[in-house]
Each structure stands twice: as C-alpha cells, then as structure tokens.
Write a protein that binds this ligand. Structure first.
Ligand code: IMP
Length: 409
C-alpha cells in the first residue's frame, strides 16, 4: 500500500513527526521533493533530530529510505547529515538510496540563488540553499542527475569548477543510486510512505506563486517524483497545524498583526517552537485559514487530515479560524490565485472556545475536551475531509489515532 504524507499549509506542519510515527508500519519511506531547504524535526525519547534531506524513517534500524526523483541533492549537505546520523549511532549504510533521476545541487547554485534574490524588488525569502536554481537548471535541461555523474559527454557542458565538484563527490554518491521505479515495482506488496517537503501552498503550481518553493510539494509530486505513477497512490494524508505559520515572504491572510495580536503571536511562536529548522528564522504566525486548507484538500485529493500542535492552544480562553475573506469589500469563499487578492484579503473569523487544560496525556479521541472536539468537527465539516490523527505533543507517543492511515479510503 502506498500512502503519501504532504503538508497542507506553508510547510512546517509537523510532517517529520507524523512520518516518523507512521513509519513504524512501513518498510520503505520515499521523500519525493525539495532539498536542503526543508527541515524535519523528530523528537524521540527526549532526543531531537533535525533532518534536511534524509527521509524521517531513517531513524528506524530496519527501514529503507529513498531520496526520490523530485529531490535536488546537495552532496555536502547530504554527507554532513549522514555523518551526523552515524555519530549519533544511526547505522544508515545499505539503507539510504537516492533515485538515479534526482538532480545534484552544485555550489554555484547557492551563490546564484542569493544573487537572484538580492536583485528581486519583492524578495521571496528563499532559504538560499540553491534549490530554486537547481529546479530551474532541471527545467532548462542543464541539470546534472545522479545517473549522469560518470557520463563525460554530458559533463563536458559544465564549467571546470562544477566538473571538479562532481569528480569529488561521485564515488560516494554512485553507490547510493537506485532506479526508483524499478526498485518500487519489485516491492509492490510492502507498505510504502511518500514523504513530502514544504507544503501545498508552497508548491510551484498550486501554491501562492511566486512566493513558493520550486518543487512539487503536493500529492502529484508523490506519484510522479516518488516513482510510482498516479494510479498506484492509495491514499493522501494532509498534515496541518491548529494554527498557521509561514516562513519567508508572501501573502498570509490570517497573519497576526504587530499591534494587539503581537503577544498572542509570540506566545504561539514560543509554545509551538515556531523557529525555522534550516535557517532559525522566527516563523510568521496566524490563525488557521480554513479557506486555504479546503483548497489544499481539493487540489491534492487529500483523503484524510492530520491535525498537529493542538496542544499549543491549551491555555487560551478562546481562539479564531478564518472561514472566508473580504477582498476589497466583496466576500470571497475560495482561495484566490492572485497574490494581490490574497494580500488584500481580510479574514472573516469564527470564534471557538478554548479547553483550558493540558492535552499532553490524552491518547483517545473521546478523552479530548468537548471544545477541542468541536474544533475538530468544524474543520472536518468545512473541508469535507476527516481528521484521522491528532497530535498533542512532540514525542511520537503524543498521538491520537482515530483511524489507521493504512486502511484504504
Ligand atoms: P526556497 O525553496 O529556499 O527557494 O524558498 C522559497 C520559499 O519557500 C521561502 O519562502 C522559504 O522560506 C520557503 N520554504 C522552503 N522550504 C521550506 C520549509 O521546509 N518549510 C517552510 N518554508 C519553506
């Protein structure tokens, strides 16, 4: 069975924890997009791991993990991360593979990423890891894939520095390369997780363009860039937080303002540890945007939602969520493509009562306070999608499963 786990907001929804949790029952975990711009945090038994490139399942000694076709791989970042894992007792040798169709991020791309960003009148807020440039090179058919590392005819097109860089890393990369489609076709009867990076609203096509990342973060990416094709994807899980965050620039209709909401913003940021794993930047915070979430569900055929960070609201008397926008006086109930509309959108908010108690030790859905269940039910009705998993803390144990994701929809 093949299950995709994608972010249903602007990234940082807690996918790392959820993939780690679900990986108990999976044999193979494939990360299908992005590069070292992403950051997945996993807390296990009080120990914290920050992963950027390697799929979250690597922490289990018996799982195989694959960096998929849609990923762009910075070899320095990758081997730093693998070195860190080895130092911390995670034996990855023989278990980490890379699609031979994945592209390599060359050092020059990072510098170019930064200079392109500096020249923009309205910067995107990129992580500066060369990701956008790697995807541009891929689209313009000037990129370098793992499969081509020893093809001197293709490498002839590269500049000397790039060729020297490839020569330095290819002997270490080559043993990890795998033909992903062929590999997965030989494992049809296994449980396989397809792990997304970033989120639906940062996807190049469905996101808030141009304030997006350059990869396919949505469910479409799981199918084509995960190597299996669309009809073999059995289920799509969309992970979202009880509130919204965004790093970098771009429209964010429910963002807390700097005035009356600044204390609330800081509270959410500190309680939810809303600081970038890759850049350390404080994340922008706001209430849950249900218009955006419903759009993410539709654009990605999300079968089942995973609600995370619900415990961050534990001490609040009340909180709100956005159910529509007012754009220049008119009511808008769907998520607009236009950045200008999104920037002008004022959220129409609905108020919810808080539960004023800790959710940390709750393990059964029925044990959640009524107010928390009311919030969950409202989201389900609004998005017409069931919430099958609720996360109430960082640790793998702090998870309530209402319906196993390993059941077909
Ligand atoms: P880039 O992917 O580094 O070019 O960044 C483009 C935009 O995506 C910026 O706003 C980044 O902050 C955002 N971004 C990239 N990766 C992540 C992520 O893993 N989480 C949240 N935002 C991200």
């Amino acid at each position: 069975m093949n299950v995709a786990v994608i972010g249903a907001q602007w990234g940082d929804e807690g996918k790392g924890k959820i993939v780690d949790y679900l990986a108990t029952d999976a044999q193979i975990i494939v990360r299908f997009s992005g590069g070292a711009n992403a950051g997945h945090t996993i807390v296990r038994g009080g120990e914290q791991f920050a992963l950027h490139l390697v799929p979250s399942g690597v922490l289990y000694p018996d799982k195989r993990v694959v960096l998929g076709t849609g990923m762009v791989i910075d070899p320095e970042a990758l081997f730093d991360e693998l070195g860190m894992l080895a130092e911390r007792g995670i034996d990855w040798e023989g278990r980490v593979m890379i699609s031979d169709r994945a592209h390599v991020v060359l050092p020059r791309y990072r510098a170019l990423d930064k200079s392109l960003e500096a020249a923009r009148k309205r910067p995107i807020g990129t992580t500066g890891r060369g990701i956008g440039v790697a995807y541009s090179m891929k689209s313009s058919r000037d990129g370098v894939r793992l499969a081509d590392l020893f093809d001197d005819r293709l490498l002839e097109n590269l500049e000397d520095d790039d060729r020297a860089f490839i020569a330095k890393w290819r002997d270490r990369l080559a043993p990890l390369a795998v033909d992903l489609t062929h590999y997965l076709s030989g494992h049809r009867n296994t449980y396989c997780l397809f792990e997304g990076a970033q989120g639906a609203l940062l996807d190049l096509d469905t996101g808030t363009y141009p304030y997006v990342s350059s990869g396919m973060s949505g469910a479409g990416g799981a199918a084509t860039q995960g190597g299996i094709g669309p009809r073999r994807l059995d289920k799509v899980l969309g992970v979202f937080k009880a509130y919204s965050t965004r790093v970098g620039n771009g429209p964010f209709p429910t963002e807390f303002d700097d005035g009356s909401q600044s204390a609330l913003c800081q509270f959410i940021r500190d309680t939810g540890r809303e600081y970038g794993v890759t850049t350390g930047r404080p994340r922008r915070c706001g209430y849950l945007d249900l218009v955006a979430l419903r759009y993410a569900c539709l654009a990605n055929s999300i079968d089942s939602l995973v609600l995370t960070h619900l415990d961050v609201y534990d001490t609040l008397d009340s909180f709100e969520a956005c159910v529509a926008y007012k754009v220049r006086g008119g009511l808008v109930e769907h998520f607009p493509a236009s950045v200008r509309d999104l920037e002008d959108a004022e959220p129409v908010l609905r108020t919810f009562r808080g539960w004023k108690r800790s959710l940390k030790d709750v393990r059964e859905y029925d044990e959640l306070p009524r107010e928390a269940r009311d919030y969950v039910s409202f989201i389900e009705e609004f998005t017409e999608t069931s919430i099958d998993i609720v996360s109430v803390g960082y640790d793998r144990r702090d998870t309530i499963v209402r319906r196993s994701p390993w059941t077909r929809s």
